[in-house]
Design a protein around this ligand. Structure first.
Ligand SMILES: [Zn+2]
Length: 351
């Protein structure tokens, strides 16, 4: 009898050891962003064990990261309802539910989930994450007097603007959206939540960032009311033109500048900067080390250069290249002519 008992004990501990190591492996895969492998491995396991909390939690978060919100919600819901210890699993599931509902434009449910996560206060990281998201998604007392106006492609939020100005503002942006998207032909997962701030200081205090900026993953733009019409919305629209595996600051900003619909003379801006700073332009360096350069020169220069790429290689080739925005990929897509274009561009700007 004792022997049988011991064997059962060993067997159970082997099974649970096996399970734990499987779950650990899945979390490792998840943390390395290998979402496709997580789904491949975890989905059949969940079919055998639909009430497994770990599997629901991992799959719910993975589906969310893959933007498959409909599949994510039941798994996350299960985790929230069945994590009786109110552990980190429940906290993160609530935070991820906040994302799913937000992307499905179910704003009330999103706010409720994020608040529940914050109030649960289970782990510091999950609480902070939910708090930051709730600010970004506009679920804060601070926004309660903002005017919300929904149009075909946007949900505008105005800090302080009168109705006549608002009408002008939104019709220009709707028109711009259509114009820009003739080029990108993107299908966005939701309307762009477009926050129009009157005060740069307020934005810095609330969001801890300088205006303007876009969060393409959430289709959110935060802008000062005087900023260009097209720049930030181009960041969002272009993000959905195809699956983008590699963004570089030089090309990504250059594209936003190129489509900002302002009539600023970028060549003069670049030349003035070169004279003031007594410097020449090396395109490949800006391309490779984009993060090291100030907006003041990187924006006009990259905008001019993206225009040059479009003029030389056309829309289809450009969009093919846009998926992976490195110089190396540009060489693959555009071929040997690329270096000649760069040379001619540098000769023109450096003279
Ligand atoms: Zn930008």
């Amino acid at each position: 009898m004792k022997q049988i008992f011991t064997s059962i004990l060993i067997l159970t501990s082997l099974i649970s050891f096996g399970q734990n190591s499987t779950i650990d492996d899945l979390w490792k895969l998840y943390n390395s962003h290998d979402y496709k492998s997580v789904i491949e491995k975890a989905k059949p396991l969940l079919e055998n064990e639909p009430n497994n909390l770990d599997l629901n939690s991992i799959l719910g978060r993975t589906y969310t990261d893959l933007e498959n919100y409909k599949e994510a919600i039941p798994c996350l819901d299960f985790t929230v309802k069945n994590d009786k210890n109110n552990s980190w699993q429940k906290a993160w599931a609530l935070g991820y539910l906040g994302t799913c509902y937000y992307m499905m434009q179910k704003y009330d449910e999103s706010e409720k989930s994020l608040n529940e996560c914050i109030n649960l206060n289970s782990t510091k990281n999950a609480t902070n994450d939910a708090y930051v998201k709730s600010l970004l998604f506009g679920f804060n007392e601070f926004y309660k007097n903002w005017k919300i106006v929904e149009t075909n492609n946007f949900r505008f939020h105005f800090q302080n603007m009168d109705d006549i100005e608002i009408e002008k503002y939104i019709s220009l942006r709707e028109k711009a959206f259509k114009e820009i998207n003739v080029f990108f032909k993107s299908k966005l997962p939701k309307k762009i939540d477009f926050y129009v701030w009157e005060s740069r200081e307020d934005a810095r205090r609330i969001l801890r960032k300088n205006l303007g900026f876009a969060n393409p993953d959430f289709c959110i733009v935060n802008t000062h009311y005087q900023q260009t019409i097209g720049h930030e919305m181009t960041h969002v629209i272009s993000n959905y033109t195809s699956e983008i595996t590699n963004k570089t600051r030089f090309i990504n900003e250059g594209t936003a500048v190129c489509f900002d619909l302002s009539l600023q003379d970028r060549l003069i801006q670049v030349k003035n900067w070169m004279t003031t700073n007594n410097k020449q332009i090396d395109i490949k360096d800006y391309w490779k080390n984009g993060n090291e350069y100030a907006e003041e020169i990187l924006y006009p220069l990259s905008g001019l250069f993206v225009k040059e790429l479009l003029d030389n290689f056309g829309k289809e080739k450009f969009l093919e290249f846009f998926k992976s925005q490195t110089y190396e990929n540009a060489l693959l897509v555009f071929g040997d002519k690329l270096d000649k274009v760069i040379q001619a561009f540098e000769n023109k700007t450096n003279k």
